[in-house]
Design a protein around this ligand. Structure first.
Ligand code: CP
Length: 305
């Protein structure tokens, strides 16, 4: 039985295969209509979500399966004090696969130790979000035609942004990747990721606070929201939340074919005036998320079209 807790749980070949399957799902959706008939996906969201939960549910329904679960732990027995371990032992009696989100880093790992069915980490605290990474990789590959030879800028909250941590880890496996880290000093990428991922894999990287100064070299600009829910101090959040706002003026510095990604939700960090720019790919990214999650569910349930 396989789980997906961290993007490193998948080999590069497996990631490439998942992206190939997602491309085929996009091209031939009818081929996949019944492959998970009679299978059940449970979505256990102990933290809010729109895209991840609904795309998982839509993915399973598009594969012919069924869904159950909760979108708010207040409506589950977690609110009475039931542990994650017990919740998972129970829900794995009712489902064939579980996608879970939890505010505590490592909760999906605990779940995987008690589960009788595959566990998918749908985001754990400020740690990891591997299925967002599959979404991001699929979008980059579809937009740029490659996952190598890219200069990728990450802008905003690089400290708490779990999607940033997972995507940097995934991209570090591909050839000739240059990373540009754009953030205020207080929201810099954690040192352990620089050391264990960037330095260890010999990935060229630079850090700056100035988005406009580096914009012209970027093939991909990955914007992120400042993660209000991870701050201990409201005043710090208010001071930092609008550190970067991508607008038409800043886009003047960008390459003609630069691709703008954002895991969403956005707050202020991308002006809506950018949404019609052909370089704005964040809503295509949303659509890709469902298709790559279909591919992942099939892989973990070991079913084929
Ligand atoms: N990208 C993402 O994780 O969005 P949600 O929080 O809406 O699931």
């Amino acid at each position: 039985m396989r789980h997906l807790l961290d993007i490193v749980d998948l080999s590069t070949e497996e990631i490439d295969e998942l992206l190939d399957t997602a491309d085929d799902i996009i091209a031939n959706p009818d081929k996949y209509r019944d492959v998970c008939k009679y299978k059940k996906l449970a979505t256990l969201f102990f933290e809010p979500s729109t895209r991840t939960r609904l795309s998982f549910e839509s993915a399973m329904l598009s594969l012919g399966g069924s869904v159950l679960g909760f979108s708010d732990s207040k409506n589950s027995s977690a609110s009475k004090g039931e542990s994650v371990a017990d919740t998972i032992r129970v829900v794995s009696c009712y489902s064939d696969i579980i996608a879970m989100r939890h505010p505590k880093e490592g909760a999906p790992l605990v779940a995987s130790m008690k589960s009788g069915v595959p566990i998918i980490n749908a985001g754990d605290g400020g740690h990891n979000h591997p299925t967002q990474t599959l979404t991001d990789l699929l979008t980059i590959r579809r937009e740029k035609g490659r996952l190598n030879n890219l200069t990728v800028g990450f802008c905003g909250d690089l400290k708490f942004g779990r999607t940033v941590h997972s995507l940097i880890s995934a991209l570090s496996r591909y050839e000739n990747i240059n990373i540009v880290l754009i953030s205020p000093d207080e929201l810099k990428l954690p040192s352990y990721i620089k050391k264990d991922v960037l330095v260890k894999n010999n990935i060229a990287y630079e850090e700056t606070e100035d988005l406009c100064a580096v914009m012209s070299k970027l093939d991909i600009l990955y914007m992120t929201r400042v993660q209000q829910e991870r701050f201990f101090n409201e005043a710090d959040y208010i001071r930092l939340k609008d550190s970067y706002i991508l607008d038409k003026e800043k886009m003047e510095y960008a390459k003609e074919d630069m691709c703008i990604l954002h895991p969403l939700p956005r707050v202020n960090e991308i002006s809506t005036e950018i949404d019609d720019d052909p370089r704005a790919c964040y809503f295509k990214q949303v659509a890709n998320g469902k298709n790559v999650r279909m591919a992942l569910i099939m892989k973990l349930l070991e079913v084929q079209a």
